[in-house]
Write a protein of this length. Structure first.
Length: 499
């Protein structure tokens, strides 16, 4: 069902055209119609068996799966560069088997040219080694020794380029993995843990004689991600802008789907968000909207649409415009929330957190409770993600609003145990724990004034610490505490701070 639901309109249209030219009974088409109508698994099974009582449901499912895959492979052959190159090499093999040597070499030359245009050296090497195999089989007919050596040298040269790209890619992948599962560096000590990667990357750059698009792209991705992770947002924005310019100058390298281009745009948006530069964000959000309008795979478009919502929501919420944030949810509700399971896990968690904080901020506690329950009942689904730590802090605030004071002691102890494992506690977290534990005493003027004085004192430390911003970008705990202590509206404080 997930495969069927992930199809774009164009893919569904091609599936139906493909099915129309097939002969025989088309039970799998009826099965496709049932799934497309958004029926549950049980409903699909019941309705299928009702119409085709003697048919094998599992066979129909397998037939539908293979038919959809055949359609997607054919479509991807037209859209995806790597699939095109593989197809050319496969055609060369077929022609060579039938002794059509010149035609086979022609296909390989086309494959090499396409691979070099897009700097896909692994496939260029495959095409070149296949060419040498064919030439060897014909005893190097019509080729001189000099030409043969030239072809061999090309393989050695491209092997170096491929190795350089792979080394860049390995380091970037490790950095991204750390960022995805451990979150941004929260202290100088955590920043220093990245030194091994930055030194390795600088060493690769210094010893690399090839300066093609692929290595430049990976170098800029690494540097921008490193600066974002280490809290140097000005440098991160600078490198991300250079990366976007590189893509703009090489539009043919924005592949289908444009994963690295998306990472460049979201990287600069994350940097702007952490730096509270909300007025700068709409320009780059529009770049995401342009991606959304292209004929990319449905799952990719859905995730891009979710990212657009998250960044637009952040701009509205963090500048105190809660009405615009509510309108955004109404606008995206059907598309995103009903297709939540098709989104990336980190995006799912971010969506649920945003729904929760909006519920808390606008007094819709019932709604906030519903979304927080979804997060907390997910088991280990979200547990490995850095944002889950923020979700637990937000849950403390929700429980305070619900006056579940008995909940705090054990939950705060549990959060602290996890923080000790991660070896870093934010100043904001310490302050929030103390505030929450005294929440039931806020009606006492002396307690409130004491907490207020302490809060103002800690705010100076927090403002001077660039790492604290990373915690506040999810939910501004400080502004929320200020609103409670000063008896002011939360959205007014956010507006004064960020507009």
């Amino acid at each position: 069902m997930i495969l069927t639901e992930s199809l774009s309109k164009a893919e569904k249209r091609y599936f139906r055209l493909f099915a129309n030219i097939q002969s025989g009974d088309k039970k799998y088409v009826y099965l496709f119609d049932l799934i497309e109508a958004k029926n549950t698994v049980d409903a699909v099974y019941a309705q299928f068996c009702k119409k085709y009582s003697n048919a094998n449901f599992n066979m129909a499912v397998k037939h539908l799966y293979h038919t959809i895959m055949d359609c997607l492979i054919y479509l991807h052959r037209k859209q995806d560069v790597q699939t095109k190159i593989f197809a050319l090499i496969s055609e060369a093999d077929i022609l060579h088997e039938r002794a059509l040597f010149d035609e086979a070499l022609e296909r390989l030359n086309k494959a090499k040219k396409t691979a070099l245009t897009y700097e896909i050296y692994s496939l260029s090497l495959l095409a070149r080694s296949t060419e040498l195999k064919y030439l060897n089989a014909t005893n190097f007919k019509n080729i001189s020794e000099r030409q043969l050596i030239s072809k061999q040298m090309k393989i050695i040269e491209e092997t170096k380029y491929s190795r350089s790209s792979n080394l860049h890619s390995q380091l970037y992948d490790i950095l991204k993995h750390r960022l995805f599962y451990k979150g941004y560096a929260g202290s100088e000590k955590q920043k220093e843990s990245l030194n091994d990667l930055i030194l390795s990357e600088l060493n690769i750059v210094a010893n690399n004689s090839y300066k093609g698009f692929e290595t430049q792209k990976l170098h800029l991705l690494f540097q921008s991600t490193y600066y974002l992770d280490s809290g140097n947002y000005k440098m991160a924005i600078r490198f991300y802008r250079t990366l976007i310019d590189l893509f703009e100058e090489n539009k043919h390298m924005i592949l289908n789907p444009p994963i690295y281009y998306l990472q460049a745009v979201t990287g600069i948006l994350n940097s702007l968000k952490i730096a509270s530069l909300y007025k700068e964000m709409p320009f780059f959000i529009n770049k995401l909207k342009k991606l959304e309008q292209n004929a990319y795979p449905a799952y990719f478009i859905l995730n891009v649409r979710a990212l657009i919502f998250l960044y637009e929501f952040s701009c509205s919420f963090n500048t105190g415009n809660f009405i615009a944030a509510i309108d955004l949810i109404a606008k995206y509700d059907e598309d995103l929330l009903k297709n939540m399971s098709l989104l990336r896990l980190d995006i799912q968690l971010d969506l649920l957190i945003n729904m929760t904080i909006l519920g808390i901020a606008t007094g819709n506690i019932k709604n906030a409770r519903k979304h927080m329950k979804t997060i907390m009942s997910s088991g280990k689904l979200f547990y490995v993600l850095p944002a889950y730590r923020y979700a637990r802090l937000i849950n403390l605030i929700l429980q305070a609003e619900l006056e579940n004071y008995d909940f705090f002691e054990n939950e705060i102890k549990s959060i602290k145990r996890n923080i000790r494992y991660e070896k870093h506690l934010y100043i904001t977290e310490k302050l929030l724990f103390k505030f929450i534990q005294n929440y039931y005493l806020l009606n006492d003027r002396k307690v409130r004034e004491k907490l207020h004085r302490q809060l103002e004192k800690e705010i100076i430390k927090i403002k001077q610490n660039k790492y604290e911003r990373q915690l506040l970008v999810v939910f501004d705990f400080i502004s929320w505490m200020q609103s409670k202590l000063g008896n002011r509206k939360f959205n007014e404080i956010l507006s004064e701070k960020n507009c």
